[in-house]
Design a protein around this ligand. Structure first.
Ligand code: PEP
Ligand code: MN
Length: 297
């Protein structure tokens, strides 16, 4: 094995960069993609924030969330109408809202004048989702669903590719190459916590891989968003892990925000409320200014 051919601490070789993900890889040390989505710039001084509930639960909830997260400075509204729920059993409260939810999301986008990111799980809903979404979210569980990724990429809509919780940086970048090879340049990566059996399971469901932010930025020119909500699973840890993500150089932050977190239809331990979100935005902005003269607000 040629040690010199490998990047420090990473399972990525010069050959990988040249032949396996040439479009995703940086062409030189300072190469960084800059692009705008609905007027919001990625890869520059701004750190765009995506905020909203886990699920588009009702029209009232998503409109209320859109208005409030926008007021606090969020750049995008997040929320899934289609959800990869871990277990198949549903209570009335715990049901995906699907095409109806998409209509509510569209209404929220119009009323609050905020762009939207939402998850796609099945190609058959691509047209309906593209009509509402400014960014298509490929969730952790579909990170290597290549037919889905390719179909989404071909639309030329911006795509956020969430890292699978068991995937290496190499596999994640390989999946991103599937988007770029279709000529789609607006690709955002999102770290959302990894599963490391035995080491952290007693403290949290996933482990936020902060180190993958600088590691990925050494290799790719694409922006890397951090999602401390899904990684920590506990709202008490979201504040500090968000500040840590900004300090680590994240190019964006995704947060679950809900008006009544304890009554969130999905993962009620995870979202923060409006007051905490407003406070966090202010503190993230301070850290952003202190690190590399960036900004959030
Ligand atoms: C989500 O963002 O709502 C979500 C399901 O995230 P992940 O795919 O990272 O689990
Ligand atoms: Mn979620």
């Amino acid at each position: 094995m040629k040690i010199a051919n490998k990047f420090p601490g990473k399972d990525i070789s010069i050959e990988d960069i040249k032949y396996k993900f040439p479009l995703v890889a940086k062409k030189n040390k300072s190469h960084k993609s800059k692009f705008k989505i609905s007027g919001i710039e990625f890869g520059g001084n701004l750190i765009p924030v995506f905020a909203g509930p886990n699920m588009v639960e009702s029209e009232k909830l998503i409109i209320n969330c859109a208005v409030n997260v926008k007021k606090a400075g969020a750049h995008f509204l997040r929320g899934g109408a289609f959800k990869p729920l871990t277990f198949p059993y549903r209570s009335k409260k715990y049901t995906e809202t699907r095409l109806e939810g998409l209509k509510w999301l569209k209404q929220a986008k119009i009323e609050a004048k905020i762009p939207v990111i939402t998850e796609i799980m099945e190609e058959k809903y691509l047209d309906e989702i593209c009509e509402v979404a400014d960014i298509l979210q490929i969730g952790s569980r579909n990170m290597q669903n290549f037919p889905l990724i390719t179909a989404c990429a071909k639309t030329q809509k911006p795509i956020m590719l969430k890292r699978h919780y068991g995937s290496s940086l190499r596999d994640w970048l390989g999946a991103a190459e599937y988007i770029m090879v279709e000529g789609n340049k607006k690709v955002i990566l999102c770290e959302r916590g990894v599963s490391v059996p035995h080491t952290h399971r007693s403290t949290s469901r996933f482990l936020l891989d902060l180190q993958v932010i600088p590691a990925a930025q050494e290799i790719t020119h694409l922006p890397i968003v951090s999602d401390p909500s899904h990684a920590t699973f506990w709202r008490q840890w979201v504040h500090s892990m968000s500040l840590a993500s900004v300090a680590a150089g994240a190019d964006g932050i995704m947060l679950e925000v809900h008006p009544d977190p304890k009554n969130s239809a999905v993962d009620p331990l995870q979202p923060i409320d409006y007051k905490e979100f407003k406070n966090l935005m202010k503190n993230m902005h301070s850290v952003a200014k202190a690190s590399y003269k960036r900004k959030i607000l």
